[in-house]
Design a protein around this ligand. Structure first.
Ligand code: COA
Length: 259
């Protein structure tokens, strides 16, 4: 598929999505949301895609937030609908059964930080900056930021960032556990590809089960331990479980088929 606001490519099972509005620091407008929604469907439905990377175009920004020009004159109901739309798309990313990681190549502010946090994990370039500056606009994050920031870095640090609008650098994000790796800017995509290349050799249904069970921790409608038990049982009757255990016993590399 082609998208008006995204560049996409597929290499060795890794689908790279580049949000492509560099002159507006890749701010998330309606069109980007529509495209992201479709792109996550593409990741979910295309058997050739094993995992994905989301990054931003240009050297400066991953995503500098929701597009503030679209905020003008919104009613309360329209603002709530906007937040719900953003949250729904970010839930779709979070619940995608294939790994989606953020390669954060600069500013990840507001909706950009929220997008990165909806991904399964994050890798940052050394010039990346993270923050939720909404209080500067008389707002709070609307795309899940108050929830995921608290989940990822703990309540005290999250509330300080939320209410101060402070930006943290990549080293601090690493120390807080917001990102898994910090690498020089020129190595960011190669690092993301290297990490996903290893993951892509693992059993797809088991990967999906890990994502589902980890997400269940933060879903009060679900019991995470029960989710784990159920998924464990389901994995036991897959061809890939037989392949994985046989390959171990036969001292060879497993060849998983996702069934
Ligand atoms: N929405 C809409 N446009 C945005 C934007 C956003 N969130 N963030 C940046 N832009 C636009 C700027 O308006 C500017 O457009 P212009 O060239 O047509 O004037 C362009 O992107 C470049 O941004 P600029 O502010 O000139 O770059 P900078 O290097 O001086 O500052 C930032 C970079 C990220 C610090 C600054 O752009 C900023 O604070 N952005 C808003 C961050 C924010 O509040 N996000 C949360 C939104 S809820």
């Amino acid at each position: 598929m082609s998208y008006s606001t995204l560049l996409t490519s597929l290499d060795n099972g890794i689908f790279t999505i580049t949000i492509n509005r560099p002159d507006k620091l890749n701010a998330l407008n309606k069109d980007v949301f529509t495209d992201l929604d479709q792109a996550v469907e593409e990741i979910q439905n295309d058997p050739a895609i094993k995992s994905a990377i989301i990054t931003g175009a240009g050297p400066k920004a991953f995503v500098a937030g929701a597009d503030i020009t679209e905020f003008n004159g919104l009613s309360k109901a329209a603002a709530m609908a906007l937040a719900k739309r953003g949250q729904d798309i970010f839930f779709k990313i979070e619940n995608c059964t294939k790994p989606i990681i953020a390669a954060v190549n600069g500013f990840a502010l507001g909706g950009g930080c929220e997008l990165a946090m909806a991904c399964h994990f994050r890798i940052a370039s050394d010039n990346a900056k993270f923050g939720q500056p909404e209080v500067n606009l008389g707002l709070l994050p609307g795309y899940g930021g108050t929830q995921r920031l608290t989940q990822l870095i703990g309540k005290g640090r999250a509330i300080e960032l939320l209410i101060s609008a402070a930006m943290i650098d990549a080293a601090t994000a690493l120390q807080y556990g917001l990102v898994n790796y910090v690498v020089p800017a020129g190595e960011l995509l190669n690092k993301a590809i290297a990490v996903l290349s290893v993951i892509n050799t693992k059993a797809p249904l088991a990967i999906a089960a890990c994502i589902e069970a980890a997400n269940a921790v933060f879903d009060e409608t679900r019991n995470g331990y029960a989710t784990e038990i159920n998924a464990f049982g389901e994995c036991f009757v897959t061809a890939d479980m037989k392949e994985g255990t046989s390959a171990f016993l036969e001292k060879r590399k497993a060849n998983f088929i996702g069934k």
